[in-house]
Design a protein around this ligand. Structure first.
Ligand code: SF4
Length: 251
């Protein structure tokens, strides 16, 4: 199964609370009137310029595991190393918010309006992260009931550069995907262009398969401990969107 998705920008605007968190304003702190104005302005820029789109390509779990390990530079033990053997189905994905929004962030942060650029960058980073979840929700809608999946099956995105999977893993992922139809390219440093893009593996599995002890050696240097929120029971994680978007499944 392989498909491309186009989202309306308004469908992928993240919750203001998570944007403020990403911008460094702790939860429970009332933002100032100036911060609210910046957030509103950032949202207007986002709605005018974002071109969210993505691609999903289903691959058997064994082939996905091979692509994940291909860089040969992963940590000896990784999160995906524990999760993938329990997968019911897997797919590679990539998604982007498009170049016009990224160009605007660059102009603003280069001096045009630094505070607004900073807020727009935070908003776009959250929205880009959310695209992986949205693609997962759409793929899940098509998947559930087929093969070993069930109504309880949960789909989570996992990306190179996190949790023991080396960022160089993107090279094999891009070769296997490839994401050209949605206009994402990878440079020699494994940076995606447009910059506000995400890629990785969607893992469909029983909810327990996505739960693990974050006791890897690299967890000591983790700044986010994001896995804790990802392991909350569905739908209480607050990050699992419904499947919306204009999908073209090729097969
Ligand atoms: S603590 Fe951080 S590095 Fe460790 S598994 Fe969780 S998110 Fe990954």
């Amino acid at each position: 199964m392989r498909g491309t998705v186009r989202f309306a920008a308004r469908e992928v605007v993240p919750d203001p609370g998570v944007v403020l968190l990403r911008a460094g304003i702790p939860a429970g702190i009332e933002p100032s009137a100036r911060t609210r104005r910046l957030l509103d302005a950032a949202e207007r820029h986002f709605l005018a310029l974002a071109e969210p789109r993505g691609i999903v390509a289903e691959l058997p779990p064994a082939a996905c595991a091979e692509a994940v390990r291909a860089s040969g530079r992963d940590e000896p033990e990784t999160v995906l190393g524990r999760v993938l053997p329990l997968a019911e189905a897997t797919a590679l994905f990539a998604a982007t918010l498009g170049e016009p929004l990224c160009a605007q962030i660059r102009s603003l942060t280069a001096g045009e309006d630094l505070p607004l650029g900073f807020m727009l960058d935070a908003l776009a980073s959250e929205a880009a992260d959310g695209l992986g979840w949205r693609l997962g929700a759409l793929w899940r809608e098509r998947l559930v009931g087929a093969g070993p999946t069930s109504a309880a099956t949960r789909v989570l995105p996992y990306s190179p550069g996190y949790c023991g999977w080396h960022v160089r893993g993107q090279e094999a992922l891009f070769r296997a995907l490839p994401p050209d139809p949605v206009g994402i390219v990878l440079n020699a440093s494994c940076l995606m262009s447009p910059l506000k893009s995400v890629s990785g593996v969607l893992v469909a599995a029983a909810p327990e398969a996505h739960r693990f002890q974050p006791d890897f050696p690299f967890c000591a240097a983790c700044a986010t401990h994001e896995c804790r929120a990802r392991m909350l029971p569905w739908p209480d994680d607050g990050r699992t969107p419904s499947g919306e978007g204009e999908v073209s499944w090729i097969s």
